[in-house]
Design a binder for this molecule. Structure first.
Ligand code: ZN
Length: 71
């Protein structure tokens, strides 16, 4: 789950841009999501690299270990 580091809640985060990268029409290799907090205006980006099972979070958002119930 992505949360705003400023407000410490995911409640006001909106995805402003979402991209999924494919390699040769096969499985998803990378997911890129840009976030904006509508409460404080913070922005951040979340990138998931499936090939390396790596998550990168930049900006004023953070990835919490809490998992969504319906993942
Ligand atoms: Zn915020």
């Amino acid at each position: 789950m992505i949360t705003c580091t400023n407000c410490e809640t995911p409640q006001f985060l909106q995805i402003t841009q979402s991209r999924v990268y494919f390699e040769d029409g096969e499985d998803i290799n990378e997911i890129s999501e840009s976030y904006e907090c509508t409460l404080c205006g913070s922005t951040g980006q979340y990138i998931y690299d499936e090939d390396h099972d790596e998550e990168t979070v930049t900006g004023d958002v953070e990835r919490t270990t809490e998992r969504p119930k319906f993942a």
